[in-house]
Design a binder for this molecule. Structure first.
Ligand code: OGA
Ligand code: NI
Length: 346
């Protein structure tokens, strides 16, 4: 990605300011519970962070530091391989998982390369977004030959991050005043996936973005980043782009569109983007927790009543997911599907 193809250039209003000063950031939450800090306190911190920011970082999360280091090393070795080798595991209309170097967000090309794999292999999704089409498609992973330990490291990391994700879903349920396991049933035969993001250094970080502004369709995203920085979160109070400071051995957590609907907008899925850097390359590893494709997503019954009616119509997670991913390969003329399509206007 040496020279600057106009496909990468963001419209003026979306270009990043590169010298933002460090201001109040997203909350940092210690997940450990002790004599001086009980579960109730932890749950309240999680709830407040979800309401105020939609984003927070966690420490004492239980995922071994060594795995976070190893997966980024494996990512670096893989992305450093010649393009012909990476193309052997490329993602396309047949193989939904694997390597991809021309993803678009909001129809502008992202300055990044990715490698995607499923947490569960195989995973089942609808064959098409058409509501009457009942056909199911089976997705499977592809793995590169090099580096040889790549597959094992990825799978080991995925197992550990999955545990953390379920723990966080329990804490989020509790913070909504629901039983800890209220959401777990939606994740049986889930469609979750892990992504390795590689953001090469960029000659025009003032014009392009690593990932353009977007919201995650997930219930929850659990992301590990290196020490370079670049992720920015749109502050709810004033719409400012706030940088997320890299904290060694912390995970960045955000609630996605699915939790926004389940919580009837008590927790909102917040826009974020990635700014690139003219000197340094950057690696990040998000894990997207998506429910099972057959789950019908709607505001949880316990959270709606006459005073607070449901803000969304029910929709099929699988159909939404498939419709949304259509724009990954081509630049479409229209914006891809967003949850506001299901919003009830009252
Ligand atoms: C994403 C994302 C942020 C990052 O992949 O959806 O928002 O820091 N990534 O790489
Ligand atoms: Ni994201």
């Amino acid at each position: 990605m040496g020279e600057v193809d106009p496909a990468f250039i963001q419209a003026t209003e979306h270009r990043p300011k590169l010298n933002t000063i460090q201001i109040e950031g997203i909350p940092l939450i210690d997940l450990s519970v002790s004599d001086t800090r009980d579960l109730k306190q932890l749950v309240s911190e999680i709830g407040n962070a979800c309401k105020k920011w939609g984003f927070f970082q966690v420490i004492n999360h239980g995922v071994p530091l060594e795995l976070c280091t190893r997966i980024k090393e494996a990512a670096k070795t893989f992305f450093d391989r010649p393009i012909e080798e990476k193309m052997k595991v490329k993602r396309d209309e047949v193989n939904a998982m694997g390597y991809h170097d021309s993803e678009h967000t909001k129809n502008v090309r992202d300055w990044k390369e990715v490698f995607d794999f499923l947490l569960e292999d195989p995973t089942f999704v609808p064959a098409s977004p058409e509501p009457e089409d009942k056909e199911i498609r089976t997705l499977t992973n592809q793995w590169p030959e090099n580096p040889p330990e790549f597959r094992e490291v990825c799978q080991e990391y995925a197992r550990e991050v999955e545990k953390l994700g379920y723990k966080l879903l329990e804490l989020i349920s509790l913070s909504l005043g629901l039983p800890a396991n209220r959401l777990s049933g939606y994740f049986k035969d889930h469609t979750g996936m892990l992504r390795l993001n590689y953001y090469p250094s960029c000659p025009c970080p003032d014009l392009a973005l690593g990932v353009g502004r977007h919201k995650d369709a997930s219930a929850l995203t659990v992301l590990s980043q290196d020490d370079v920085g670049g992720l920015q979160v749109k502050r709810k109070t004033d719409g400012e782009w706030i940088p997320v400071k890299p904290i060694p051995n912390a995970f960045i957590i955000n609630v996605g569109d699915t939790v926004q609907v389940w919580s009837n907008e008590l927790y909102e899925s917040v826009e974020h983007r990635v700014v690139v850097n003219s000197e340094k390359e950057r690696f990040s590893v998000p894990c997207f927790f998506f429910p099972c494709h057959s789950v019908m997503v709607k505001p949880l019954e316990e959270l709606v009543n006459e005073q607070n009616p449901a803000k969304y119509k029910e929709y099929s997670f699988g159909k939404f997911f498939v419709a949304r991913n259509r724009s990954d390969y081509k630049k479409l003329e229209v914006e891809n599907i967003q949850i506001h399509k299901f919003k009830i206007s009252n």
